[in-house]
Design a protein around this ligand. Sequence first.
Ligand code: ATP
Ligand code: MG
Length: 167
Amino acid sequence: TRGFYIGRFQPYHNGHQKVLEQIACSSDEIVIGVGSAQESHTITNPFTAGERVLMLTQSLADLDCPFYVIPIEDIQRNALWVAHVRAMTPPFDTVYSSNPLVVQLFTEAGMTVKSIDMYERLTYSGTAIRQRMLDGEPWEHLVPPAVVNVIKEVHGVERLRQIARTD
Ligand code: ATP
Ligand code: MG
């Protein structure tokens, strides 16, 4: 079986990593969608799709399950979104998600959807991590070590602070 998991991964964090390690145990292969791929350099989406591909690929290097990381741009039409995703990805049979809209759209499309538990949601949250970066609080312990390196390489914290300034 090939499993599918999608997120924006702004940034990729330990909650996502736990979920993917769990999915790896019950799938032969995993397809990972990087959503809102066209977005970058904003407060809610600071990192490019390419940077997020790097975060995922390097963090999952030791996963004992083959995986594909596929950027997926938004389309402004939820009714067509499942077809859009499927057009961009290797075929998959099982969708893993805890996002209500993702669950709803794939269920309506007749696909097998498995919901997954949140792992310390208040701590492991993209929003909380971006806020810590802005506030100068420690965030490195909330993401895999490879993500710390990618964010350092692209000067991600400085970028986020710069775009948060007012003119
Ligand atoms: P943001 O606050 O920017 O929305 P996020 O932490 O929700 O970031 P997303 O990229 O939006 O991260 O999430 C991708 C998927 O991972 C979503 O379905 C989300 O529900 C799930 N997810 C997020 N945090 C956790 C967590 N701590 N444990 C398990 N799943 C999580
Ligand atoms: Mg989210």
